[in-house]
Design a protein around this ligand. Structure first.
Ligand SMILES: *[C@@H]1O[C@H](CO)[C@@H](O)[C@H](O)[C@H]1NC(C)=O
Ligand SMILES: *[C@@H]1O[C@H](CO)[C@@H](O)[C@H](O)[C@H]1NC(C)=O
Ligand SMILES: *[C@@H]1O[C@H](CO)[C@@H](O)[C@H](O)[C@H]1NC(C)=O
Ligand SMILES: *[C@@H]1O[C@H](CO)[C@@H](O)[C@H](O)[C@H]1NC(C)=O
Ligand SMILES: *[C@@H]1O[C@H](CO)[C@@H](O)[C@H](O)[C@H]1NC(C)=O
Ligand SMILES: *[C@@H]1O[C@H](CO)[C@@H](O)[C@H](O)[C@H]1NC(C)=O
Length: 619
């Protein structure tokens, strides 16, 4: 589901209440209640807000959507069509959650954490993942074979906008432009005409997607296979419907990738969802993964398949089950293992271990990111620790940034010796937060360990970019960092192990210029500024966390605004989600937003209803 717009609005409401003030007390009018909530900085204040929203939800989806849409429009949070489209899509799911939610409860607290930033993350609900066998005493990461490496291409977050129009305005009020939203935005009418190959205010035009695929054919003609870590669909979430998701997925996989890639393994992204999207994905993927794996993918978007060219198993899993913006997950009692996906991953890994196979795990959202629920991330990490000798590496996208995450057997003592697993997070094609990029791994053909990677990019600031993008090597990981380590790691056969990457983070601490170079690369060479002080310590903390409770991302009121900001600079330690914008103008509208919500809720609910409802909840 596509929730971010509604999410941004909900965040606004949450942040609006985040001002210091008095404690809540029994109140009899909506206006008084809102005044109290406005003044609350507390988790209890958030819970009182949930009671109001819950009362609205009990009136039915239509009334709920009407009220919230009215407020969104009156408060000028976004263009009217964006308010209407986004809330019509996301409002009913949220209303469903609210109707079923106990306040207070674990679910309510989590909601107040992830949406409003007013509660601390609830403590992890302890759960010990069940393993069919215990870890073999001699389990260890195999040494490099020294055989000639193979090349594997990694692309991510293509976000292709099939409605992109060359010449349409790239200067608009919405989160992606380059579409003729109004007559004034139309080609010929605007002073801000979009070029053929994209703009930082827009998702990828088809010609940019094709330009990358052609560059991959030219620059990596001998690639053994490719991986794609998800997000095909563009970010105009207030317009996206099932027809479009299906069409976008079919176009990207069946029409485009099918003609450029003989073997590519896909992953479901958080934008690639709609009813029946699993059917579409499984039939699109079948040409590369075969009918057995495609049948599994049809269940909930995950599959496991043996690579025909070597002793490697590819496991592609659906991270939307642990994603905080997936409002379907906020059930009255939240599931420990939605769709039993974790149990399925365990079974696949155990069978791989028994068979002596190496495994690549692939997902969309990094499981150590601040977007990942602490609970699901903790359970997932237990699996990583159990099978760290079988899994060669984990691959993700979603953040649009060029980064990585290291897992440790002991997060209280992160060292080269306790580093157990690497997650490689590939930068995006879509130019909204950087230059278009793709990665190429140099891979041991026996162990499938990662020996190096090169990032390629097309520099959008080049004067010839809109005529024809020039794709070129940006940097190589081993060249950039290996020779600076002590001892140096420069042998082309040496694996970039978890210990190697831990040592790179230690180098970031000891040599600031290396760290600032990393920050520039993280944003794909565009719109970055230096990152020092807590920005730097938080960034390094995040690199050292493949389990989200350890990533040092602080819960603060209005945190979601930071996440939603377009082209977040890399100086922010906050992970940027794929997506949305809005921001500054919202902050300036707090007062009118809250006052509109008061008026609208008053009209719908009446004062007596609220007086009794809130009575029992407000502390
Ligand atoms: C671990 O020991 C088992 C049983 O002796 C053996 O079959 C297996 O190859 C060993 N694995 C490694 C990684 O040494
Ligand atoms: C350009 O704007 C004018 C006036 O707003 C409008 O009449 C015309 O249809 C627009 N052109 C296009 C191609 O939309
Ligand atoms: C879905 O969206 C597309 C593109 O915005 C639009 O042309 C189409 O009419 C929509 N379909 C439905 C059923 O709403
Ligand atoms: C990491 O650094 C330590 C010294 O701090 C060194 O002993 C070890 O060999 C390094 N590991 C790798 C993989 O470079
Ligand atoms: C991109 O090109 C611009 C203009 O030539 C240049 O200033 C900039 O350094 C280039 N960016 C990178 C990452 O090479
Ligand atoms: C509201 O509070 C009053 C006393 O403070 C109590 O008598 C009444 O039962 C409460 N109503 C509800 C619905 O809990």
């Amino acid at each position: 589901m596509i929730l971010s717009r509604w999410f941004a609005f909900a965040s606004l409401v949450g942040a609006a209440f985040a001002v210091p003030g008095k404690s809540l007390a029994k109140r009899t009018t909506v206006a008084e209640i809102f005044t109290d909530i406005e003044d609350a900085v507390t988790c209890a204040g958030c819970e009182a807000l949930l009671v109001i929203l819950q009362a609205l939800a009990h009136l039915g989806n239509d009334d709920f959507v009407d009220v919230i849409t009215e407020v969104c429009i009156l408060a000028g949070i976004d263009d009217d069509d964006v308010c209407e489209g986004a809330i019509a899509r996301e409002g009913p799911i949220l209303a469903h959650d609210l109707r079923n939610m106990d306040v207070p409860s674990h679910t309510a607290t989590l909601f107040c954490t992830t949406i409003f930033g007013l509660c601390d993350y609830p403590a992890i609900t302890d759960y010990t993942v069940d393993f069919p066998s215990s870890k073999p005493a001699n389990a260890s990461r195999p040494a490099s074979s020294g055989e000639t490496p193979i090349q594997v291409v990694h692309i991510s977050d293509i976000h292709v906008d099939l409605s992109y129009e060359v010449g349409a305005s790239y200067d608009c009020t919405k989160n992606i432009c380059c579409r003729p939203y109004t007559a004034a935005d139309a080609p010929g009418n605007t002073s801000y005409p979009a070029g053929e190959y994209g703009n930082h205010n827009c998702d990828s035009p088809l010609d940019l997607e094709l330009s990358m695929y052609e560059a991959i054919q030219t620059l990596v003609p001998d690639a053994a296979f490719s991986i794609f870590t998800g997000d095909v669909v563009e970010g105009a979430v207030w317009l996206v419907n099932e027809t479009e998701v299906t069409n976008d997925l079919n176009d990207a996989y069946n029409t485009r990738m099918a003609s450029y890639f003989s073997q590519i393994y896909g992953v479901i992204g958080n934008h690639d969802v709609a009813p029946w999207a699993y059917d579409t994905l499984s039939s699109d993927w079948e040409q590369w993964i075969g009918s057995t794996a495609a049948t599994t993918a049809d269940d909930y978007g995950s599959y496991s398949v043996k690579y025909s060219g070597g002793n490697l198993r590819i496991i592609s899993f659906n991270t939307n089950f642990y994603y905080k913006e997936n409002f379907w997950l906020y059930e009255k009692t939240m599931q420990t293992d939605p769709n039993s996906q974790l149990a399925w991953i365990v079974d696949e890994l155990d069978a791989a271990e028994t068979a002596g196979e190496r495994v690549w795990l692939m997902g969309h959202m990094p499981m150590g990111a601040s977007d990942a629920f602490h609970d699901g991330s903790n359970y997932f990490n237990q699996i990583i620790q159990r099978y760290d000798a079988t899994i060669a590496a984990v691959f993700y996208g979603h953040t649009h940034k060029d980064e990585f995450e290291i897992a440790y057997s002991d997060y209280s003592n992160p060292t080269a010796d306790t580093a157990t697993m690497m997650s490689y997070i590939a930068p995006a094609l879509t130019p909204t937060s950087g230059n278009p990029t793709f990665r190429v791994y140099s891979v041991d053909p026996v162990t499938f360990g990662i020996l190096d990677f090169q990032v390629y990019f097309a520099n959008m600031s080049s004067s010839t970019y809109q005529t024809k993008p020039t794709w070129e090597k940006y940097y190589s990981a081993k060249e950039a960092y290996g020779s600076l380590l002590s001892p140096p790691v420069t042998d082309s056969a040496a694996e970039l192990t978890p210990a190697f990457w831990h040592n790179v983070t230690a180098l970031f601490e000891s040599d600031d210029s290396v760290f600032q170079d990393y920050i520039a690369r993280k944003s794909r060479g565009w719109d970055y500024s230096s990152c020092t002080g807590t920005c730097k310590t938080d960034e390094i903390c995040q690199l050292r966390a493949a389990e989200s409770q350890y990533n040092c991302v602080e819960i603060t009121p209005g945190i979601s605004f930071k996440k939603a900001k377009r082209s977040t600079s890399s100086s922010s330690s906050e992970e940027s989600a794929c997506g949305e914008s809005v921001i500054g103008k919202m902050f300036s509208n707090f007062e009118s937003t809250v006052s509109s919500l008061k008026t609208a809720a008053d009209a719908k609910l009446g004062t007596s209803f609220l007086a009794t409802t809130v009575n029992s909840t407000v502390v």
